[in-house]
Design a protein around this ligand. Structure first.
Ligand SMILES: [Fe+2]
Ligand SMILES: [Fe+2]
Length: 332
């Protein structure tokens, strides 16, 4: 297994690889002082997002390898957006930074980090460009929920019971090339699936962090959640824009993309927020724990087939982290 992450950055924690003493000791001392304000609920929230960010980094890493190094996929993705390879690499780098920061932040507070590396056992795509290493996530037979497309283009809010249809029905389809000899329409349909999957994942993060922020007690933990959460919204906005650029295509093997409706309506349409009696407001939604809390996020990823083939221990670990974070409550 590789010991380096994206762009050669070390996968392993900076702090854990340091000898006890020197800079490590002073970081730990500073952390102990800050840790005084951290509740068990705060720790559970941090550990859950550390796990989710490892999941995100794993899937983005697969996309980055294939967009950069698979010529047919690169061509199809670049036809959607000439900046695609750069954007995918930057999103991947951001996810690397999120999981690396969160684990070292936990360690700096003398809290236990989360390591999903033992579950990196899923296969890589055999297509040109993919490193042959174990993966946490499976991008080979995804169910991609695209209801966010209409949710953010309407004044509805799931927190108030609104629901939305699919812009295209993507069931049991790959979002990465699984071989090298696709037709032009087939690889374009895979590229379209990838872009909608990017948005699906990032809209989830965009809702998750504000939801978790409501449970944080420590102001510093709240600062961490707000800071990372705003970058997830940044990711989502870019992919939502590209989702409006997707070319209409018939894969010829069962997947038909229509021209995207309301293509350039990419800013969040003001919606009902807090109370229907208040003016509509442009916000991330949902932020209701029942709809996008930790347990709901794990269920969403699981139903997406993102963890298809994972061992039961993986689900046990993730569900335990989600349950602990779900139970966190703000202490005043
Ligand atoms: Fe992230
Ligand atoms: Fe993200």
């Amino acid at each position: 297994m590789s010991t380096t992450g994206t762009n050669g950055m070390p996968r392993r924690s900076f702090i854990t690889t340091m000898a006890v003493g020197g800079v490590g000791a002073s970081l730990a001392a500073a952390g102990s002082a800050r840790a005084a304000g951290i509740t068990p609920g705060d720790a559970a929230i941090l550990r859950f997002v550390a796990a989710i960010e490892q999941v995100e980094w794993d899937l983005w890493q697969q996309y980055a390898e294939l967009v950069n190094n698979n010529p047919a996929f690169n061509k199809a993705m670049t036809s959607i957006d000439p900046d695609m390879a750069a954007y995918v690499q930057q999103n991947t780098n951001d996810e690397f930074s999120h999981q690396a920061f969160l684990n070292d932040y936990l360690i700096s507070l003398n809290l236990e980090p989360v390591d999903l590396d033992p579950f990196r056992n899923l296969p890589s795509s055999p297509a040109t460009g993919a490193e042959q290493v174990g993966r946490l996530t499976n991008l080979m037979n995804l169910n991609v929920d695209t209801s966010w497309y209409f949710r953010y283009r309407s004044s509805g809010n799931p927190d108030f019971g609104n629901s939305f249809g699919q812009v295209v029905k993507i069931v049991n389809r790959p979002s990465i090339p699984l071989r090298d000899n696709y037709t032009a329409n087939q690889i374009l349909a895979i590229a379209n699936t990838a872009v909608l999957h990017f948005s699906t994942v990032e809209q989830g993060g965009t809702s998750l962090y504000p939801e978790l922020s409501l449970k944080a007690t420590s102001l510093e933990v709240l600062r961490v959640l707000a800071g990372i959460g705003s970058s997830e919204a940044w990711h989502f906005a870019i992919w939502d824009d590209d989702a409006g650029n997707l070319p209409a295509v018939n894969s010829g093997d069962g997947l038909v993309f229509p021209p995207p409706p309301q293509a350039n309506k990419v800013f969040p349409t003001p919606c009902t927020f807090i109370s229907p009696t208040l003016p509509r407001c442009a916000v991330a939604r949902p932020t209701n724990p029942a709809l996008n809390g930790p347990k709901a996020v794990v269920k969403f990823f699981t139903q997406m087939n993102l963890f298809s083939g994972q061992v039961s221990g993986f689900f046990t670990t993730l569900n335990q982290l989600a349950a602990a974070a779900e139970a966190a409550q703000r202490q005043i």
